[in-house]
Write a protein that binds this ligand. Sequence first.
Ligand SMILES: [Zn+2]
Length: 661
Amino acid sequence: MQPKEEIEQLRKLIRFHSDLYYNQDNPVLSDTQYDELYHRLQTLEKQYPQFITPDSPTQRVGGVASRAFRPVTHAVPMMSLDNSYSADDIREWHERTVKLLGRDSFEMVVEGKIDGVSCSLTYQDGKLIQAASRGDGKTGEDITANVLTIQNIPHQLPQAPGGVLEIRGEVYLDKKDLEMLNAEQESAGGNIFANTRNAAAGSLRQKDAALTAKRPLKFFAHSFGLGHITAESFSAFINWCRTWGFDVCPVRTQVTQIADVIRFYNEFADKRADLPFDVDGLVVKVNQFQDQQLLGATARSPRWAIAFKYPAPQATTTVKNIVFSVGRTGIITPVAELAPVPCAGVIISNATLHNFDEIQRLGVRVGDSVIIERAGEVIPKVIKVAEHRGTQEVLPPANCPSCGAPVYKEQDEVGYYCINPACPAQLQARLIHFASRDAMDIDGLGDVVVRELVKLNFLAEFADIYQLSFLHLLQLPNFKDKKAQNLLDAIEASKKRPLAKLLFALGIAFVGEKTAEVLADHFHTLDNLKNASLETLQHIPDVGEKVSQSIYDFFHDPKAVEQIEKLRLAGLNFTQPEREKSGNILEGKTLVFTGELKTMTRTQAEQLAKQHGGKAASSVSKKTAYVVAGEAAGSKLKKAQELGITVLTEEEFLQLIQKTN
Ligand SMILES: [Zn+2]
């Protein structure tokens, strides 16, 4: 093999295995094998520097020589739990335990099994000195730097016993944080995580702890390794954990009968969807430590605990068609259109097939009966073919399904792209993004309306939105005076959005919502940003090399500049308001938002609460100061009423915080 060829081959392999490791939580190569590939590439690039390209894995910002973390041996092995999936399984476990203990009745604690990543925290005289992943149970990885960035892990335990204390638990991500992270990843051109566990695992594996710090990871304590624990039972230990400053899983009950365990499992099956985090089952533990010692462990797992898991919600249906959707960057994603089928409480009629490699792996064809799954997943996915009925193989389209331009595939990537910048599908996706809630927030300019306006040639670029008139809109199906006027009003209102929203709306590569905020706060006006040198951009905290280059290129592209001038002429606001010093009417108060809000998203509402000194929580307790109830508020509203907590409507909430301005 020629050196150039080998270099390219190596890069391809490294990218593939990095993706498996960081994004899919499914590593195939050992760290040593991976490092061998990496070092071979480094050696070749040193020998043949003419073949080094900026996108080589060795050239990444913060590039690392090795993905391996320092190994940590667990003094007390981190065992895994046996799994059970049915009432029969759990009864069998109970019978075995009864025999071993020689008693019919014993205390059991049942707690939620968080779908996260196991982690061990070692404290020396109350100070966190080491964090390690589970690894194979005997040896894990030293992830101290990453774990130190997790907000709810105490670095000091002033009240804990001295000496060594090893607390174990689960690092996880809230469901809504996964949604936000994925939205950010998407606008930055990054990978989409399939579920909260993959996102947590990938975040912990970053060699650059600054990246981990940006992920909203959390921790629940659930057991211990070494340490002088004076508690006599698991439930007492959990209480100690709370006292020491750890969060613990709020899903917990104590029972003595196996029938109560099964009842709790059944009752909780539906409730778990409402929790802010993913729970894939329950853990049943014998409560008294004396009993636990008596029961001991097998080579693999303790006899005193068992996981009682819920099957991932699946459904079987037929693939009616496979269509190709074109995103705003031109990427083509195959989507299976399904015969509608209920799964985990919603009707599923589409499932993603991710990319063409995945189609090949599954061997799926139109007409096949397939099994789909929603296991805390954002989008349902096809997991396997149940029965082959189709005959025609699905191939990547040679031409863009929207504009007919030839489809292009980067050699090292799995994705296929439409490279026509004038492609209507891409244009549509860009316009929809521009008008979306988190961008310019033009109510009424959604998917369908944009498509119609593009079809009628009324929209070909962002600035055209501001040229729309009554006469244009009345030509749309179902548009009468009132609807047209409402849309025109919404378009007019969008001109006043702060600079950060506009920057996000423009769809600059790698500029997500957060980066847009940082840029707007830093530069205050669009012109300041536009005129910034590459060097200035690179020195802004949180803006990396790749991002600053992309921003710089954008503002030096004549087409983009022309677009910006048109938007200026249309009267759009190009400035960012100074961060207002808000009053602190909510200082120290905890709020819970529930139900559907009319004027803002949940995230926006929570941010508002924060700006006014408050804190948003996801569940109602005695400590809650206000519950803000939108439409169709359910159990949280009921609980607030039971506890006598002040309930506010959305309007009342807004009035309350406006009083302070
Ligand atoms: Zn196209």
